[in-house]
Design a protein around this ligand. Structure first.
Ligand SMILES: *Cc1c(COP(=O)(O)O)cnc(C)c1O
Length: 378
């Protein structure tokens, strides 16, 4: 049986997997201890649970568990990485290189740092959403302390050549921060193979709870040392103070372990459903897909419908939950900065819809969505 509305917005958040929820529940009451309490078993039990979760999070990205710092999510981890590196490396330089299509958490933090004396280079992307690696290489100067490039874009699913970016940064001896919030759990993310020094991930994008995430901080070759964002008590090896969100962290760990186990099986199934969606919609001949077809997450498709404003689309299709190419953060809908950077006109960007599929998406749901969309896009 179909449940309405059909959820096709997994890139904005995912439901907590029932297996994850089950593991979390005892840590709200029975095992409620503070992981920082060293004097009794309540604390030890919580600490042990956090330790196991840390191992599972680390395993998903092939890091050491000591390199994981728990945060409230990716937005905090991004603020921590960018502000923290800027503060601690200012004697080396004030220059940061990033990309126009990054998440607002990166772009807004960069604008903030500009008010504090940072010089930021915003790299352009081509029509497919890809950066030019030669331009990246040329943008790095002696003053550059950090390169920040996301693994996979949340709006289009486009994946950059992270391994090549990592080796450019290594060669030029600048730190590389990668926002892997969308990639982790959907494709292989490996901090060593991809040569990343700092990386953020977030539990609620991979079937864990909201309000929990992590910053990976490389300990060796090179040792990255961002200044802490939050002070008070010295938790997380002085990197991030505050009582740990034990149930959230337990859920995050479980979600990572589950993602690692199910990544390929989920990916194969989901990509077939996406193909079904894209091919069926292509039959109407009035739309086009945004972003590189080759370098793309398996679950995301961003489609512009010629001459149809996505706002109307959303209004007329209350039974499917999707996102549009315009951010409704202000009173007036602004066309997506990602699609604009890729060279779309305002009109094209404002006619785009992001479909993001996930672990619980069924063929029946996709067929229903296709039928609904065909009705209004003829
Ligand atoms: C969701 C998202 C974020 C923000 O993560 P939160 O954990 O919700 O703060 C950052 N970057 C990308 C690419 C995202 O998709």
């Amino acid at each position: 049986m179909l449940k309405f509305p059909v959820y096709l917005d997994y890139n904005s958040t995912t439901p907590v997997d029932p297996l994850v929820l089950e593991k979390m529940l005892p840590y709200f009451n029975d095992k409620f201890g503070n992981a920082a309490s060293k004097t009794h078993s309540f604390g030890w039990i919580a600490e042990e649970a956090v330790d196991q979760a840390r191992e599972k999070v680390a395993a998903l990205i092939n890091s050491e568990k000591e390199e994981i710092v728990f945060t409230s999510g990716s937005t905090e981890a991004i603020n921590f990485a960018l502000k923290g590196v800027f503060e601690n490396y200012i004697s080396k330089g004030n220059h940061i290189v990033t990309v126009k299509t990054e998440h607002k958490a990166v772009l807004d933090t960069c604008s903030y740092l500009e008010t504090k004396g940072a010089a930021i280079t915003y790299l352009a992307v081509d029509r497919e959403g890809m950066i030019d690696l030669n331009r990246l290489s040329d943008a790095i100067t002696e003053k550059t302390i950090l390169v920040s490039v996301m693994f996979a874009n949340n709006e289009t699913g486009v994946m950059q050549h992270i391994e090549e970016i990592g080796s450019i940064c290594k060669e030029k001896k600048v730190l590389f921060f990668c926002d892997a919030t969308q990639a982790a759990g959907k494709t292989r993310v490996d901090v060593n193979e991809h040569q990343v020094d700092l990386m953020c991930i977030s539990a609620h994008k991979l079937y864990g709870p909201k309000g929990t995430g992590a910053l990976y901080i490389r300990r060796k070759n090179p040792r990255a040392k961002p200044a802490p964002l939050i002070h008070g008590g010295g938790h997380e090896r002085e990197f991030r103070s505050g009582t740990l969100n034990v149930p959230g962290i337990v859920g995050f760990g479980e979600a990572c372990a589950l993602a690692q186990k199910k990544m390929w099986e989920d990916g194969e199934r989901i990509s077939k459903l996406r193909t079904l969606l894209e091919q069926s919609l292509a039959e109407t001949g009035n739309n086009f897909i945004n972003g590189s077809i080759r370098n793309r997450l398996h679950n995301t498709t961003n489609i512009s419908f010629n001459g149809i404003n996505s706002g109307i689309f959303i209004k007329e299709l209350p039974d499917i939950a999707v996102a549009t190419g315009s951010a409704c953060t202000s009173a007036v809908a602004e066309p997506s900065h990602v699609l604009k950077a890729m060279g779309l006109s305002d009109e094209e960007a404002n006619s785009s819809i992001r479909f993001s599929l996930g672990r619980f998406t069924t063929e029946e749901e996709i067929k229903f969505a296709i039928e609904q969309i065909k009705k209004i896009s003829r």
